[in-house]
Design a binder for this molecule. Structure first.
Ligand SMILES: Nc1ncnc2c1ncn2[C@@H]1O[C@H](COP(=O)(O)OP(=O)(O)O)[C@@H](O)[C@H]1O
Ligand SMILES: [Mg+2]
Length: 389
């Protein structure tokens, strides 16, 4: 009898933490899939009731993640809150933090990162190598920077997936620039684009995932496919790892962060941008690494020991992107053929509607053999298509 009572008391004391996620997209969905392994009650705030996360959380709240009152009301009874997108109401998160809600990443880190101007200034202040830049308020100011070209113009806020990023090679292209607060960065002669995912817990301990290497689709400027671990000279990897860790330790925020970096043709490394959340460059960690980025973020949010970020096997990711010319109810052509392939894992995000360029899912391939990875990645790209009936 006593044992039963002890057990009941234990269960009561060990009440599951209530954790909220701002945003209900595919990153939130995969975070919720990992949450099922923990003793946690999950809450999602999102304004689309059909979003990829809606049916996977315990409690879904329909609302605007940019609205102060709605974010505050959503968060005030939670133990902890995290984000799956940066475009959130930071003032509400600051208030919740003051009232004792654990907000990871911290509101001050989100504030810096969500604005590309503040983000670049942050790298500069902390002597983290990043390409040289000027801040512009109006497109007319680009005329003062002709000698700085070729450069890349980036909207301070409101851009996503390559929208809000404009290459300006020479004077004849300056009309393509943004007429809003932006940053004009020197164009880097990129040899490789890599991403490093860093996790930091409450005690300030960090872990870092093996690097991922990206290959972009020239039409949509979306990721085409990705390999991990990236093939990198050891010294370049050390530089990149030191820089990525420094970004996170200087942000002084627990959480999970993805640091995107450029390696140029001279072997110099520059931070491009940071995401203060789980990231598309870490999807492969679900099958290919001991602790996935999603598992790791729960460990951080719930203050459990950090997991092992290392890879079990090398991997590739192919994104399933809405095919050009198809808008409407989605149909996955070639799905059965891909599902029949060995060591290939299909993730569909549950989006009912496709449109050109929309991220509909991804496929992870694991193999010891890089040739096998690239061969299968290309085969999948040409087989699996998000079209309409
Ligand atoms: N300074 C730069 N030099 C060269 N290419 C760049 C530069 N900045 C961005 N790019 C290219 O544009 C892409 C998107 O830019 P990024 O700042 O990462 O925006 P997004 O928020 O859309 O991911 C990068 O992945 C890279 O290919
Ligand atoms: Mg980017």
């Amino acid at each position: 009898m006593k044992n039963i009572i002890d057990t009941l008391i234990f269960v009561k004391k060990g009440k599951a933490m209530k954790v909220g996620i701002l945003g209900g997209g595919q990153l939130g969905r995969m975070l919720l899939q990992a949450a099922a392994n923990f003793d946690v009650t999950t809450y999602v705030l999102e304004n689309d009731p059909q979003c990829p996360s809606a049916h996977l959380c315990h409690h879904f709240t329909l609302g605007d993640i940019q609205n102060y009152d709605q974010v505050y009301a959503f968060g005030k009874n939670l133990d902890a809150i995290t984000i799956e997108i940066e475009a959130v109401n930071v003032a509400a998160l600051e208030q919740l933090e003051k009232e004792g809600v654990k907000v990871y990443p911290t509101p001050s880190a989100i504030k810096i990162i969500k604005n590309k101007i503040l983000q670049k200034q942050f790298y500069h202040q902390h002597e983290i190598p990043t390409s040289p830049f000027h801040v512009t308020s109006h497109s007319t100011e680009l005329l003062q920077h002709i000698s700085f070209l070729p450069a890349v113009h980036k909207l301070g806020e409101g851009g996503y997936d390559g929208k809000g990023v404009q290459v300006i090679n020479n004077e004849s292209e300056i009309e393509l620039g943004f007429n809003a607060p932006s940053v004009l960065e020197k164009k880097v002669k990129i040899a490789k684009e890599i991403a490093l995912i860093v996790g930091m817990n409450e005690a300030g301990k960090t872990i870092i995932y093996p690097p991922a290497e990206m290959i972009f689709d020239p039409v949509y400027n979306l990721l085409d496919y990705q390999l991990s671990p990236a093939k990198l000279d050891e010294k370049i990897l050390w530089k990149a790892q030191a820089m990525a860790r420094k970004v996170v330790t200087e942000l002084k925020s627990p959480g999970l962060f993805a640091v995107e970096l450029f390696v140029d043709q001279l072997g110099d490394v520059f931070v491009n941008e940071t995401a203060p959340r789980v990231h598309n460059s870490g999807h492969h960690t679900i099958e290919a690494n001991y602790s996935s980025q999603y598992d790791m973020l729960w460990r951080i949010l719930l203050n459990y020991p950090l997991g092992n970020p290392n890879e079990i096997l090398p991997s590739a990711i192919v994104n399933i992107i809405g095919a050009p010319g198809y808008t409407g109810d989605v149909l996955y052509e070639g799905l059965e053929e891909v599902l029949a392939m060995d060591n290939v894992f299909v993730h569909l995000y549950g989006k009912k509607q496709t449109k050109p360029g929309r991220k509909m899912g991804h496929v992870t391939i694991i193999s010891n053999d890089y040739l096998d990875l690239t061969h299968k990645a290309n085969k999948i790209k040409h087989t699996l298509k998000a079209i309409t009936a």
